[in-house]
Ligand binder design. Structure first.
Ligand code: F6P
Length: 328
């Protein structure tokens, strides 16, 4: 990267998350501040392949910091997984005079970005944005905090009806292969049990735990199940199995689904997105590439993209203990 960068492209890719718009806004405004043109790419990598570009001024991103979703739209592009697709994308970037790109998203977004760098040596920086919090090298991904609050809010509501009817609820939350949403919302919403992929509780332990809850006089229960949990094939099969063991229990299942990805971002996510957006532009101006900007121990951090994708954040053992102790 010898010539100074005159244009930086920005795209959002993969599953959307609250705070994506705040991150786009910060990137656009940092570009304006440093007198660089910012080019918005629509529909993630697919828009890169199709040349779906628009020059964005600071005013284009007014009034979006509080909005969920992404004004640039998002997609999971299959074509970008092919060499031909990536070649088209590179050609479009070159023709538009774009010198670097910022990709906002999660695991899949960074995997595509890394391939692109390796093939074309094109300067690229990633911003972690997914509700799953499954990216290594940052304490929080943008959108995770908002999703936690959304889920806790819903579980609180389910608890009202669970306790009115003396029911046992299985509540499935998102997170793909990671249990961060389940563990934290389970503790925050006072669940009796929390099932996560990182720790195989086993069906027997679950039955034992529900038996104990009954002995302790609990008349209703909430079990939070991460979608990636391996204990049952699905939350419905799990509920059926428990029903066979507790035929007198009135059991219901609630799959929270995509509502967890929507809504206005929390203040934490807005501030995080603003900081990471500015940091990403500054890193590119400092000639960094192949990295993700993150937030570790209350400070902006950076980590190579391949590490961010391949390494796992460990589940906090102290949280597991707290979940066990506080559910007695
Ligand atoms: O990665 C975010 C996420 O919401 C996961 O929690 C979930 O497994 C997945 O995306 C759902 O993807 P889709 O929107 O393609 O159904």
């Amino acid at each position: 990267m010898n010539e100074p960068i005159k244009k930086i492209a920005v795209l959002t890719s993969g599953g959307d998350a609250p705070g994506m718009n705040a991150a786009i806004r910060a990137v656009v405004r940092a570009c304006t501040y440093y007198r660089i043109e910012c080019i918005g790419v629509y529909r993630g990598y697919q828009g890169l392949i199709e040349g779906d570009f628009e020059s964005l001024s600071a005013r284009h991103v007014s009034n979006i910091i509080n909005k969920g979703g992404t004004i640039l739209k998002s997609a999971r592009s299959l074509e970008f997984k092919t060499k031909e697709g990536r070649e088209k994308a590179y050609k479009n970037l070159k023709e538009a005079g774009i010198g670097a790109i910022i990709v906002i998203g999660g695991d899949g977004t960074f995997t595509g970005g890394l391939k692109f760098i390796n093939e074309f040596n094109f300067p690229l920086v990633g911003i972690p944005c997914t509700i799953d919090n499954d990216i290594y090298g940052t304490d929080n991904t943008i959108g995770y905090d908002t999703a936690l609050n959304t889920v806790v809010d819903v579980i609180d509501k389910i608890r009202d009806t669970a306790s009115s009817h003396n029911r046992l609820f299985f509540i499935e939350v998102m997170g793909r292969d990671a249990g961060f949403i389940a563990l934290n919302t389970g503790i925050g919403a006072g669940a009796e049990e929390i099932l996560i992929p990182e720790k195989d509780l086993g069906l027997d332990r679950l039955v034992e735990s529900l038996n104990k809850s009954r002995e302790r006089g609990k008349t209703s229960s909430i079990v939070v199940v991460s979608e990636g949990d391996k204990i049952g094939k699905s939350v419905f099969e799990l509920a059926d199995y428990i029903n066979e063991n507790f035929p007198d229990y009135d059991i219901r299942v609630s799959v929270l689904g995509h509502m967890q990805r929507g809504g206005s971002p929390s203040c934490f996510d807005r501030v995080l997105a603003s900081r990471l957006g500015v940091a990403a532009v500054e890193e590119l101006l400092d000639k960094s590439t192949g990295i993700m900007v993150g937030f570790t121990n209350k400070k902006i951090s950076k980590v190579p993209l391949d590490k961010a994708i391949k390494m796992n954040n460990d589940i906090n053992k102290e949280l597991l203990k707290v979940a066990e102790i506080t559910s007695v």
